[in-house]
Design a protein around this ligand. Structure first.
Ligand code: SF4
Length: 327
């Protein structure tokens, strides 16, 4: 298992190395728009879902080459699911800080910030990017489909409290899906909640890549811009980003690999398939994304290759909006 991925050229964070703490998707939520796939284990239980020693070993192996580390702007701790469910999340963040000596960002769905222990572990990070998609119980259930152990009131209280006690940078991400959490009532409830938090940046998003559920539809740019204006009026000194529309397909794509695969050689083809499947586990990609990362000689050529892998059942092909994605 590869726990380390990238670096990814992230417009938000710069050159970011990813650390994925899980093997399967383990989460407190099963969001309708999730790009990773269905939640395999829907839980609030913290456990060592992937061996900590393996994660540490991969970190140490990457950090042996200090030139590679020097090129990074940030290390992003994430998971195929909610990273703070890993029982050794705090230990892994501490190890990263010591070994890589780079700023640490954490992507979290914010539901575990109800726990003082998680808040304490999280306080080691330099940037925390929590999400909150609805401040109303019905909307929250519809879009994020939480585990039964999750209470929205507690999640909101946890987020507000953490935002005031934490000394680092917080960017709150809110994803809107058409007809689910884009009503005036939903938006007003979110605005009121955000007003109670200390936030450095608000990031608004919609369903940009193939979602878990086909009924999770994006909202259009005009409506997103109107929502952004409302958040901006409430928070005149806080930048409000429209992620889905500012981001091109190249944004947050994995950087081109430094090695080349000769796909006429069986060993290279096998190695490429393994790398490709690892990449697609984290997010669906277009043929252009894949071509950029693996230098395969043009998106058309890559499409033929990917279609063959899709026919073999290694990967799946899906149309979302105007684009074809592989996952
Ligand atoms: S989008 Fe994030 S929080 Fe929601 S189910 Fe997927 S991994 Fe969990």
């Amino acid at each position: 298992m590869n726990h380390i991925f990238g670096p990814v050229n992230s417009r938000r964070l710069g050159r970011s190395l990813g650390v994925d703490l899980f093997q399967d998707k383990i989460c407190t939520l099963n969001c309708i728009y999730c790009e990773v796939g269905p939640t395999v284990l829907l839980t609030c239980e913290r456990a060592e879902y992937a061996p900590t020693k393996d994660i540490i070993k991969e970190i140490d192996s990457y950090c042996q080459d200090q030139n590679r580390v020097a090129e990074l702007d940030v290390i992003t701790v994430t998971a195929s699911g909610e990273p703070t469910l890993h029982a050794d999340f705090g230990e892994i963040v501490a190890h990263l800080k010591k070994t890589a000596a780079k700023p640490i960002a954490v992507l979290t769905n914010g539901t575990t910030l109800t726990s003082p222990q998680v808040c304490q572990e999280m306080s080691q990070a330099d940037v925390v990017i929590p999400s909150l998609d609805s401040a109303l119980p019905q909307g929250f259930r519809k879009i994020d489909r939480p585990a039964t152990c999750i209470e929205l009131d507690n999640v909101i209280k946890g987020l507000i409290s953490f935002s005031h006690s934490y000394k680092g940078t917080i960017w709150l991400e809110i994803l809107f899906a058409q007809g689910i959490n884009d009503t005036a009532e939903e938006i007003n409830a979110l605005r009121q909640t955000v007003q109670q938090m200390r936030i450095d940046r608000i990031q608004l998003n919609t369903v940009a890549r193939p979602p878990l559920e086909s009924f999770a539809r994006p909202i259009n740019q005009k409506s997103m811009a109107a929502i952004a204006r409302q958040f901006q009026e409430d928070n005149p000194f806080c930048p409000v980003d429209l992620l889905a529309f500012q981001a091109s397909q190249e944004d947050e794509a994995e950087e081109p690999k430094k090695f080349f695969f000769n796909l006429d050689r069986a060993a290279d083809k096998k190695a490429f398939t393994v790398e490709l499947v690892e990449m697609l586990k984290r997010r669906p990609c277009t043929a252009a994304d894949i071509n950029r990362t693996f230098h395969l000689g043009g998106a058309e050529k890559v499409e033929l290759l990917l279609d063959a892998l899709a026919q073999d059942g290694c990967i799946q092909k899906r149309v979302h909006g105007d684009s074809v994605y592989y996952q």
